[in-house]
Every structure is written in C-alpha cells, then in structure tokens.
Design a protein around this ligand. Structure first.
Ligand SMILES: Cc1cc2nc3c(=O)[nH]c(=O)nc-3n(C[C@H](O)[C@H](O)[C@H](O)COP(=O)(O)O)c2cc1C
Length: 168
C-alpha cells in the first residue's frame, strides 16, 4: 500500500518551529486537567524536538492509489495502520542500531502542514525524534511518573472469545 512518506528534518530552524507547535499544543491540552493533575501534566516531558539531531515527519496520503486500493476497501483506515506499522518497524530498527526514537503526537496537524509545506489531503501521522541516548528507560515515562499504570496482561489477552479467561 505504501501510503507513507518520510520527511527527514535536520534544519535547526525547522525543528524549532516544530517544537513551538508541540509546545503550543501541550499548553492547550493542560485545559483538560485541574490542580495537581494540571501541574503534573505540564511537568511531563512529552517531546525532545530541539535536542534530537534528526526529526522525521511520517505522513499518510489516504488518496494514494485511487479509490479502490486492495486492503483499504474493507477497512478504510488501513492506510494509517500501514503507516503506523512502518513507524513501529523503524522504532525497533533504531533500538537495534543503538539509537533512540521518540514519538511526538502533540501538535495540530495544520501547524505541521504549514511548517513543512504538506498538502491539505496528506496527514502528518507522527513526528519522530531520533538520536542517541544515555539510557533506555525500563518503562515509559508516563508509567514511571505515575501518570498511568500499565494494565495487567490477563485483562488484555482473552482466550477463544471476548472476555474468555486466559490461563498461562
Ligand atoms: C500513537 C502514539 C503517539 C505517541 N505520542 C507521544 C508523545 O506525544 N509524546 C511522548 O512522550 N510519547 C508519545 N508516545 C510514546 C508513548 O508514550 C509510549 O512511551 C510508547 O508508546 C511505549 O508505551 P506503550 O507500549 O504503552 O505504547 C506515543 C506513542 C504512540 C503509539
């Protein structure tokens, strides 16, 4: 299907513009929280666009290939899923190569379209920060900062039918 494009961004100036868009969105999202939760939300590190030497904007063109693309006829959003699979493959490859990759999704798509000259029908699915890291954390930051708890596997894996109890 290959609905994706990868825009490799090494320009400091463009990365600063992307960091501005992400920070604007982060501050806008704080409206969903109050009191302590708001303070905690604003203290979370959710992007490293200015620190990373490379940003990759991964896009998805839902019009590519016309209106009847095999695989997209039954479930239209398979184009976004295909794009997400390509990102996951690169995420794993980056770790295998000793690099680190951070997925940034805090932005308004139109801000990113404006900054990167992306046409209106193409979706900026992700901004990926790629670089070197001193450590690979054991857990996602949202978990170690006690923002979110990881669900128990036995609540996520079912046997035979939805809700069917899975026994190891
Ligand atoms: C669609 C998507 C969007 C994400 N957006 C962000 C983000 O904006 N900032 C961030 O720090 N991490 C982001 N992440 C990374 C997650 O917070 C998390 O570290 C990662 O997905 C691994 O945890 P998981 O196994 O629970 O998905 C994103 C991940 C996904 C899949």
């Amino acid at each position: 299907m290959q609905p994706w494009n990868y825009i490799l961004i090494s320009s400091t100036e463009i990365n600063e513009q992307l960091a501005w868009a992400a920070d604007k969105e982060r501050r806008a999202l704080a409206i969903h929280y109050e009191g302590e939760r708001e303070t905690k939300f604003l203290s979370l590190k959710v992007e490293g666009l200015k620190e990373a030497p490379l940003t990759i904007c991964v896009t998805c063109d839902p019009t590519r290939g016309g209106s009847h693309v095999l695989g997209r006829n039954s479930i239209p959003e398979t184009d976004a899923l295909s794009t997400a699979c390509s990102i996951q493959n690169m995420w794993l490859a980056a770790c295998a190569e000793g690099l680190a990759l951070g997925w940034v999704s805090f932005y308004k798509k139109n801000d990113v379209r404006d900054i990167l000259d992306i046409p209106p029908h193409v979706d900026p699915i992700a901004l990926l920060s790629v670089g070197y890291t001193d450590e690979y954390p054991d857990k996602p930051i949202l978990e170690s900062a006690n923002w979110e708890k990881r669900a128990e596997l036995d609540r996520l894996i079912f046997e035979n039918k939805w809700g069917g109890e899975y026994k190891e």
